[in-house]
Design a protein around this ligand. Structure first.
Ligand SMILES: [Ca+2]
Ligand SMILES: [Ca+2]
Ligand SMILES: [Ca+2]
Length: 394
């Protein structure tokens, strides 16, 4: 076999774009976290079965049964929460949801580290998938990143703070990132074609005619998804202020193919800030997403470049993780599924929309930020799900 010109690039490891992760503590049943300030308080509590879990110089935190904590009159260790729960409100997805549009019946393919289909936030939306890392049909998540991203699209809101943009939209999961969050371009290319054409690798009907009876039977396993969501990309030096269509033609062709089959490809701009947009966000056929904070200010890490099309909340976003857990994370990885979920809401309202019409709805209704008009930080602006859903694209 002839050595390919871009072999070097296809072996380049892609890294997930997760930037900051803050674990959120879970509360056990019947237990309470309480605060003690004096040695006597602590001694009394420990004698009654409490455990010291934090020594914070001026106070100690204890885990006690609720009865013991209240009998000792201990102060409650008040819970603090990630401040992202306003993201759905920020992009006005909450208004779309309350109007009765939760993305029912829509489908998004998430290409990431897999999908935690056992999580109560994600279980109801699982539509199957494929593992390109281990070559099997079980894309169970062994990293957490993919489940975080998927939750931003579709978490049911068992924990209201984690509710997704389109909670009734289904997810098809392609696992292309391994347990440490790395992967290969060749797997990404393969997974894009799979996401569009299905397991048989053929677009549309596959028909066979029985020679003896002359009878023709057809099958069609295309997913007909609304979007492919990719929260992945390269790190420096593989970042671009302009477009990068010629860097990895196989990947460019795959994304262009998806668009041609009317499946929009939503991609993170990457977390390299002013150094540029990562691959595949810098490919012109990608719908490329930057990250803003809760005040609509561009995140410092958000990749800047001509390829940025739109932006969405991506700082301190709370979503599902491994096991039964949740996690707060920041990155253009988190902004990307906000837009993919919005695509599902737009398609619920307008099932007939082409990719060009979806982009028209997203871009024309985005809240313009930064320099007037499209710019290299925000793209057309911060996504507005409510306005996009209610926009009549020409
Ligand atoms: Ca769901
Ligand atoms: Ca097919
Ligand atoms: Ca602007």
């Amino acid at each position: 076999m002839k050595m390919q010109k871009h072999y070097f690039f296809t072996c380049l490891v892609i890294l997930t774009l997760i930037l900051i992760g803050l674990a959120v503590t879970a509360q056990g049943n019947g237990k309470a976290r309480a605060i003690a300030h004096t040695d006597k308080e602590v001694a009394d509590a420990v004698a009654k079965g409490c455990k010291v879990v934090r020594d914070a110089r001026t106070l100690k935190a204890l885990v006690c049964s609720k009865d013991v904590a209240s009998s000792l009159g201990l102060q409650e260790d008040i819970q603090v929460f990630a401040m992202d729960s306003g993201a759905n409100k920020q992009i006005r997805a909450d208004l779309v949801q309350s109007s009765g549009n939760n993305g029912t019946g829509r489908k998004v393919v998430v290409l990431d580290s897999g999908y935690n289909y056992n999580h109560s936030e994600l279980n109801s939306s699982y539509l199957g998938g494929k593992d390109f890392v281990n070559d099997d049909n079980d894309p169970f998540d062994d990293n957490g990143h993919g489940s975080h991203v998927a939750g931003i699209i579709t978490a049911d809101g068992v924990d209201a703070k984690a509710k997704g943009v389109a909670p009734l939209t289904g997810i098809i999961a392609g696992k292309v990132l391994d347990s440490s969050g790395g992967g290969y371009f060749s797997d990404v290319v393969a997974s894009i074609y799979w996401a569009v054409d299905g397991e048989d690798g053929v677009a549309g009907d596959v028909c066979t005619t029985d020679n003896s009876t002359g009878e023709t039977t057809c099958t069609n396993d295309d997913f007909n998804a609304d979007a492919i969501s990719m929260s992945l990309g390269t790190s420096q030096p593989y970042t671009y202020k302009g477009f990068c269509d010629n860097v990895l033609p196989d990947l460019t062709n795959a994304i262009n193919y998806s668009r041609g089959r009317n499946v929009i490809v939503v991609v993170a701009a990457g977390n390299s800030g002013g150094a540029g947009v990562s691959i595949p966000g810098c490919i012109s056929y990608s719908t490329t997403v930057g990250a803003v904070d809760s005040t609509d200010k561009i995140a410092r890490f958000s990749g800047r470049g001509s390829a940025v099309d739109i932006s969405a909340p991506g700082v301190n976003i709370y979503s599902s993780w491994l096991g039964t857990s949740y996690k707060t994370a920041s990155g253009t990885s988190m902004a990307t599924p906000m837009v993919s979920g919005t695509v599902a809401l737009v398609k619920f309202a307008h099932p007939e929309y082409t990719v060009a019409q979806i982009e028209s709805a997203l871009f024309n209704t985005a809240k313009d930020l930064g320099k007037t008009g499209k710019d290299t930080s925000y793209g057309w602006g911060r996504v507005d799900a409510y306005a996009a859903v209610n926009y009549a694209a020409p």
